[in-house]
Design a protein around this ligand. Structure first.
Ligand SMILES: O=C(O)CCC(=O)C(=O)O
Ligand SMILES: [Fe+2]
Length: 294
């Protein structure tokens, strides 16, 4: 039985997010960096100035262990307040991507979003995403910025802004309805906002390069100095209709992006979920198989 932590449950329900420190060891982070880098050597989709791989729980079988890691399952059981939890089969991995303010409830992707309707006032809508950055973001603003409490309303531009300083090994768990953004500028430092702009102007003059090209140089320079920005996002929820609808519709989005019909987890990963008493949303994916055949 898990020791339910009412403070954490209240916090995530009020603020819409929570930070948990030191979940993964340096060795685990290094192994995840290897897996993600290796995947992007010859796979992934070009998106947001970088590379992205939707449906990574299915597409990248070496990531399997992450989704049933005992610490992750423990955190999720604590935050969801019960033993019975469901894995949604959502996972996106990113390399060098930039981002802008958005929610992950799919309202911008399909009519009614992944839940089928705007679910901002629904208390038992509890679908939580793990944000795992594979490098430190404590001394820069390239990690996750959220708008506190914004999972309770539809407006994307509302809510108190909080930048979350994370170190590799920490995770942020957030409600998929929460307003959030990853790294927005090429060089993710607050004090560089003005110099960033000036630098681009100067480079344009010197090299006579277009803005897009000079941005590319700046990004490359940042990568040389600070390393490649890698991240993994994956999602669980209460075993109810909100989570099932989220999972089915989010899987549709992942398949559209990948232009394939790879729906199911590997037998080994699925077996581990069963062993750990985690319910899997893929039980409800059979309609997708039929849809994709027709
Ligand atoms: O790039 C980031 O750090 C954020 C990514 C994100 O919000 C997402 O995958 O939905
Ligand atoms: Fe997001």
């Amino acid at each position: 039985m898990i020791a339910t932590n009412y403070n954490s449950i209240q916090l995530i329900q009020t603020d819409g997010y929570m930070v948990i420190r030191n979940v993964f060891s340096a060795k685990e982070i290094s192994s995840l960096r290897k897996t993600v880098k290796n995947h992007f050597k010859n796979q992934g989709l070009l998106a947001n100035s970088g590379l992205t791989q939707p449906n990574a729980a299915v597409e990248v079988s070496d990531l399997g262990w992450l989704f049933y890691h005992p610490k992750i399952l423990d955190v999720m059981r604590q935050l969801l307040g019960q033993e019975d939890i469901m894995f949604t089969s959502h996972c996106d991995i990113h390399c060098r991507t930039l981002s802008a303010w958005h929610k992950d409830d799919g309202m911008g992707v399909m009519e009614g979003g992944y839940f089928g309707f705007p679910a901002y006032d629904k208390e038992d809508c509890r679908v939580y995403k793990v944000a795992l950055y594979l490098q430190d973001h404590a001394q820069n603003i390239g990690g996750l910025t959220v708008r506190k409490g914004s999972h309770k309303f539809a407006e994307v531009d509302k809510g108190e802004e909080v930048y979350i300083k994370t170190k590799a090994g920490d995770i942020v768990v957030f409600d998929v309805r929460l307003n959030h953004t990853g790294q927005q500028d090429i060089l993710p430092f607050l004090w560089l906002e003005k110099p960033n702009f000036l630098l681009r102007k100067i480079m344009k003059k010197i090299f006579q390069t277009e803005a897009k090209q000079s941005k590319k140089y700046l990004k490359k320079l940042y990568e040389i100095l600070f390393g490649e920005r890698l991240s993994i996002f994956f999602t669980y929820g209460l075993p109810n209709d909100y989570t099932k609808n989220f999972s089915v519709n989010n899987m549709k989005r992942q398949l559209w992006q990948n232009k394939n019909a790879n729906i199911f987890l590997s037998p080994a990963t699925r077996q581990q979920f069963i062993k750990n008493n985690v319910l899997v949303a893929e039980e409800y994916f059979s309609e997708l198989v039929n849809e994709n055949k027709s």
